[in-house]
Design a protein around this ligand. Structure first.
Ligand SMILES: [Zn+2]
Ligand SMILES: [Zn+2]
Length: 236
């Protein structure tokens, strides 16, 4: 009830059109939800990106490099198209932290069963650097992990930290990018007892962030790392 009163005073913004959501208690406008594009089958069994046809198990990227990845597998709910790109941009840089609730809800609806089947002991948000965090006031992946953890009843462990600001990643080779990121990530605790975890992030693009985070966790003794994200970039 309390939330609904708040909704009336500070109307919640729609993750698609960014207008105030008119229906109290709703997380998105009735007509807007369909503007996001779900990733349906066929998708890559490693990274969850859409693949061109049913005969393919892997996307081209995972076909080449998937066996070297430190995570087991992962899924995203939506294609990272223009609609989602704009939405995530506002979520990250425009202070629209309320979008996390809608994103987490669709993640729980579409991926909840699968995530549960991985039997994770914790959800782990992909960290952002402290200075970015100060500027923004929040880590978008933490907001997602918290909301998703509540819906699926899985604890959230914020054990990763980004110690260095990664340099502009554009123009670097995949290996260079990977090394930069690996150096930038650290485990906060020196006694990690977790064996199965799910990394949570807003988007999966090249996969280098998830991989670096997974590698960090594996080095700390975690046996199985999965990932879940709101969106994944499509490779043509
Ligand atoms: Zn809308
Ligand atoms: Zn893939």
């Amino acid at each position: 009830m309390e939330l609904k009163v708040l909704d009336m005073v500070f109307p919640r913004r729609c993750p698609v059109c960014d207008d105030a959501v008119s229906e109290v208690g709703s997380l998105i406008c009735a007509g807007c939800a369909d503007d996001f594009t779900f990733i349906d089958e066929p998708y890559c069994i490693k990274c969850g990106r859409p693949v061109a046809d049913d005969s393919l198990c892997y996307c081209p990227e995972c076909d080449r490099n998937g066996s070297s990845y430190d995570y087991v597998r992962g899924r995203a709910v939506y294609e990272y198209d223009e609609v989602l790109k704009d939405s995530i941009y506002r979520f990250k840089y425009g202070g629209r932290r309320e979008y996390a609730e809608y994103y987490a809800k669709v993640m729980a609806d579409r991926l909840g069963k699968l995530i549960k089947s991985w039997e994770p002991e914790a959800l782990i948000p992909v960290p952002v650097h402290k200075s970015r965090m100060r500027k923004r006031g929040y880590n978008q992946a933490s907001l997602l992990a918290d909301a998703l953890g509540k819906l699926l009843d899985i604890p959230v462990e914020d054990i990763l930290e980004r110690t260095e600001k990664t340099k502009l990643q554009k123009g670097l080779t995949a290996d260079e990018r990977q090394n930069n990121l690996k150096k930038a990530l650290k485990i906060r605790s020196n006694d990690v007892k977790l064996k199965k975890v799910v990394l949570v992030d807003d988007i999966y693009t090249t996969g280098s962030t998830i991989n670096a985070a997974a590698s960090c966790l594996r080095n700390a003794g975690v046996s199985y790392v999965y990932y879940a994200a709101v969106g994944a970039a499509v490779i043509d």
